[in-house]
Design a protein around this ligand. Structure first.
Ligand SMILES: [Fe+2]
Length: 137
């Protein structure tokens, strides 16, 4: 499984969200590297915790932007976040309970989910936020 390379293709055109996504991808790649190099469990656990915590923080950040700007697709978008957060949380808890196979499932799941979500739902949101800003000028 390759790492995620952040670039123009993943940009949603809205810096506050792009900045978060770059940090998210950096954490994902760090977790990927830690697992691939079979780092000590404590190191993997630390980076997975950071990745999960940051993902949740980022979802809250996006949802606050949606509320602030009256995004019409907020409910569907929030639902996607909730599903990812619940699935990731379940796998993370399984890992904490000692299941070392979790990263092999969790990381590809996050990789596919994040890229798909950014390319589809977050780009829609970025377009909306940019339109909103233009109206404000
Ligand atoms: Fe999102």
């Amino acid at each position: 499984m390759p790492i995620i390379t952040w670039g123009k293709a993943l940009s949603v055109g809205y810096p506050a969200i792009d900045d978060d996504h770059q940090k998210l991808i950096a954490l994902f790649n760090a977790a990927h590297g830690a697992v691939k190099q079979t780092s000590p469990r404590q190191a993997v656990e630390t980076i997975l915790t950071e990745l999960i915590d940051y993902t949740n923080w980022h979802f809250d950040h996006e949802e606050a932007l949606m509320e602030e700007h009256g995004y019409d697709r907020i409910e569907a978008h929030k639902l996607e976040h909730q599903e990812l957060a619940a699935n990731a949380r379940q796998l993370y808890v399984q890992y904490l309970a000692g299941d070392d196979t979790v990263p092999e499932v969790l990381l590809p799941f996050l990789r596919n989910w994040l890229t798909d979500h950014i390319l589809r739902s977050d780009k829609q949101l970025g377009d909306f936020l940019n339109g909103y800003q233009r109206q404000e000028l």
